[in-house]
Ligand binder design. Structure first.
Ligand code: BJW
Ligand code: ZN
Length: 266
């Protein structure tokens, strides 16, 4: 049976992590942190599958905007959504979960940080060499010729966002698109290969704040488990793909990761 532990948010509550978890974390030689939108949730960035209530896009399903077909059908709608999200990301600050990952890398040298997120909050917290499986909000390129297109920092967007026609490529005049990986697109092979290699070779795999729904990213935890790694999930809700031998720490990453550091090494 999956080993499940609940974080108690009551002020003054004593939250002691299971010894079995601490005993598996301390000696790890090759650890992987694999994060999703929940990692940035406490920085105020909506998770991918949250409803964007009140915003222009609240009536759209995010999964239906994150496709090349949606962009070609209505470029201003999709570009406006991404510019609004880029603004949210620029205004956000790293939270205790991002900072804990930096500290974890000091305790566990060789830690490999893999994220599905398109913000840069890990880097701004101080993590280096983060593998961005799904690209970045902060890099745009031409839809047609793939030339990089520099993005300006823009003034604040109105709260609800707006439609915005994408810029044109300086080289070929094509539409500029966000530098993210949409559904139906291939992930960058050089990023994916390193992520698979690290996951297949790790002894500890921390899966943090991801619903585990999107492939091929969702295959990484199973690969690590098959190769004998201990799996630790940190999430307020039990995510997809949890196996009997895994550990689930249920609660916010910004509270649980600092506890893990404190109790494993404090
Ligand atoms: C907290 C918290 C707190 C809240 N603390 N936690 C095999 C099987 C089935 C389907 C496929 C398959 N292989 C490929 C597919 C198709 C598709 C896919 O996976 N579809 C599924 C939806 C079924 N995959 C693809 O198309 C991929 N390409 C590909 O495989 O190419 C080859 C190919 C091509 C054509 C045909 C077949 C194969 C590309 C996937 C790219 C995904 N890109 C996106 C958008 C990026 C840009 C953007 O952001 O707009 O990436 S989709 C979206 O989901 C985004 C995210 O990175 C990704 C993962 O989401 P995540 O991070 O898990 O977020 P949420 O919101 O789902 O969950 C948040 C979690 O946080 C929750 O669990 C909360 O509880 C938790 N949480 N607060 C900790 N405080
Ligand atoms: Zn071009």
């Amino acid at each position: 049976m999956t080993r499940i532990w609940h974080f108690d948010p009551t002020p003054g509550a004593v939250n002691l992590l299971p010894d079995a978890v601490l005993e598996r974390v301390r000696p790890a030689q090759r650890a992987v942190v694999f994060g999703g939108a929940g990692m940035s949730a406490e920085s105020g960035i909506a998770t991918f599958r949250d409803a964007l209530s009140g915003a222009l896009w609240s009536r759209f399903d995010a999964e239906r905007l994150a496709t090349p077909e949606a962009f070609l059908r209505d470029p201003a709608l999709v570009w406006g959504w991404y510019e609004w999200r880029r603004m949210q990301a620029l205004k956000a600050q790293p939270n205790p979960a991002h900072r804990a990952v930096v500290e974890l890398a000091q305790r566990l040298p060789g830690l490999c940080v893999i994220t599905q997120n398109v913000d840069d909050l890990h880097e701004r917290a101080g993590s280096r060499e983060v593998l961005h499986l799904h690209g970045s909000l902060h890099q745009a390129r031409c839809f047609d010729c793939a030339a990089a297109h520099p993005l300006e920092t823009m003034p604040d967007e109105p709260d609800g966002g707006r439609r915005l026609p994408p810029p044109r490529c300086a080289h070929c005049g094509g539409l500029v698109r966000p530098g993210v990986v949409w559904f139906g697109e291939m992930l960058l092979a050089e990023v994916l290969d390193v992520a698979f290699e690290a996951s297949g070779a790790c002894d500890l795999f921390l899966s943090i704040g991801t619903s585990g729904l999107v492939h091929p990213a969702a295959q990484l935890p199973a690969l690590a488990r098959r190769q004998g790694a201990t799996l630790l999930h940190v999430n307020p809700q039990k995510p997809q793909g949890v196996a009997d031998e895994d550990y689930c720490l249920l609660g916010p990453a910004g509270a649980i990761l600092p506890l893990l550091l404190q109790q494993a090494w404090g």
